[in-house]
Design a binder for this molecule. Structure first.
Ligand code: HEC
Length: 228
């Protein structure tokens, strides 16, 4: 049974993960536009991103991510997260609008990492969001799982019978500080395989070797830490 405190933390963790997914989805939906070498100014500004992300979140969750009725702490955290995403899009205008360049490396995973780093800087000792992955799949060193994340991935998410999509959470400590931690598994869908699929080892459009993944395989996890 989750305690009352945990119930709030789980809600907060789920909201942060869902906002991250909504934001990545907006980048994904605009990937063809972003990658279009024939257009300079694409009009894909932070403001345009913001409206699309709110709309995507609303559609998925049936409520506004900044609903007035939210717990104030959770609401302010979500606000910081959305602002971080908008800033990343605003700060990436030069690359997004580069004329004559098709693939610019501005993809959902990179966007998410930049937004999560910004969020982490602003939230300092209050919260952090990270996308990590099983050790053998990690592309960016910054995404490497820490001991706790690795343990959960190996003993829970990769164990036979772990329910697909089920998150794991625990009251624990990070660097000696008490924290609520939550890890939410993510799986490859068809759209991921152009980069993470087969043949294993072949270089993808981003310059990384493909992992040989299949639809439904564990791809990574969203890791949320809420300091107490
Ligand atoms: C266009 C190629 C491309 C596609 C499509 C793609 N990825 Fe990635 N993915 C990357 C790159 C490049 C990185 C490293 C980003 C960075 O620098 O942080 C990455 C990073 C990740 C990470 C973070 C851990 C790590 O390895 O650094 C996860 C998890 C992940 N991708 C899962 C997915 C899933 C799930 C999908 C489909 C919904 C997907 N990716 C689609 C290229 C891609």
């Amino acid at each position: 049974m989750a305690s009352a405190d945990e119930v709030v933390d789980i809600e907060t963790g789920n909201r942060l993960a869902s906002v991250l997914r909504a934001g990545r989805g907006v980048i994904s939906n605009n990937q063809a536009l972003i990658n279009d070498a024939s257009i300079g100014d694409k009009g894909f500004t932070g403001e345009v991103f913001f409206s699309a992300a709110i709309e995507a979140y609303l559609k998925k969750n049936g409520e506004h991510p900044l609903d007035e009725g939210l717990d104030p702490e959770s609401r302010s955290m979500t606000e910081t997260q959305i602002n971080a995403m908008v800033e990343v899009v605003d700060e990436s205008q030069e690359i997004i609008n580069a004329d004559g360049l098709a693939f610019k490396g501005f993809i959902p995973a990179v966007f998410a990492r930049l937004a999560n780093e910004k969020f982490g800087e602003e939230m300092a000792d209050r919260a952090s969001i990270k996308v990590t992955a099983p050790k053998e799949l990690v592309r960016n060193r910054k995404a490497r799982p820490d001991e706790w994340e690795n343990e959960v991935i190996v003993t829970k998410f990769q164990a036979a019978g772990w329910p697909v999509g089920e998150a794991f959470f625990e009251e624990t400590a990070v660097d000696g500080k008490p924290a609520f931690r939550m890890l939410i598994p993510e799986y490859y869908s068809e759209s991921c395989l152009a980069c993470h699929g087969s043949p294993k080892g072949e270089t993808d459009v981003t310059g990384f070797p493909k992992e040989g993944g299949s639809v439904g395989d564990l791809a990574g996890a969203i890791s949320i830490t809420l300091y107490k």
